[in-house]
Design a protein. Structure first.
Length: 223
């Protein structure tokens, strides 16, 4: 069964000075999920926000909060992000030695478990954890900053992951350089959740966000 295409705007590209308002606006503009990029300045070369900020803005939307932890180690903070209101918690396969344990811990907290792979990480690292995974997030840029260009080799990786997943009920998400131009190729390759930051938040208003989300969504309809 084909999974629906979902748009998950990344609040990394929002105006942090009015973050709750930005989330309300992008929710009203048609976002399916709210993607939260957590960075620690250690695993990736940038620092964004932690669990207290997610807790503070959780009331701004009833949509799925898709929390992507670009932090190492991640395990000591899983309970904090669960308590803050995350619905999906995604850890990087590269961020710790015990991926299976991390995924078990997320599910034990009552949350959906995701695993993310950097562009240079082979997909076979998740082969033996597939039955503990609800979401696979493939980075199509090197993590750390918004506004980067899509890495074309990600398309073949998406295809391989799609084949590996088979009939399992796992969402395949892509993060990095998603635009109306790249979105059709990403969906054609097998992804169904599209993270978009600058491509959604450009324009600075709910009206522009709605137009930007619609442009990405409409671009995938011919696939």
């Amino acid at each position: 069964m084909t999974r629906p295409v979902l748009i998950a705007p990344s609040i990394l590209s929002a105006d942090f000075g009015k973050l709750a308002d930005e989330i309300r606006a992008v929710d009203a503009a048609g976002a399916d999920w709210i993607h939260c990029d957590v960075m620690d300045g250690h695993f990736v070369p940038n620092i964004t926000f932690g669990a207290p900020i997610i807790k503070a803005v959780r009331g701004a939307s009833k949509k799925i909060f898709d929390v992507h932890l670009m932090i190492a180690p991640a395990d000591p903070y899983l309970a904090d992000f669960a308590a803050a209101g995350a619905d999906i918690i995604t850890v990087h396969a590269e961020a710790g030695p015990h991926l299976d344990r991390s995924l078990q811990a997320i599910r034990a907290l009552g949350k959906k478990a995701g695993v993310s792979l950097n562009p240079s990480t082979p997909e076979n690292v998740i082969e033996y954890c597939l039955d503990r995974i609800d979401l696979i997030l493939l980075m199509s840029v090197n993590p750390g900053f918004g506004g980067q260009s899509f890495i074309p080799s990600a398309l073949e990786k998406i295809r391989r992951v799609k084949a590996m997943v088979g009939a399992r009920p796992i969402d395949i998400e892509v993060d990095g350089g998603v635009t109306p131009e790249t979105a059709p190729e990403v969906v054609k390759a097998g992804a169904n959740v599209l993270v978009a930051g600058s491509a959604v938040f450009k324009g600075g208003s709910e009206k522009s966000y709605a137009a930007n989300i619609a442009a990405i969504r409409n671009a995938t309809k011919s696939v």
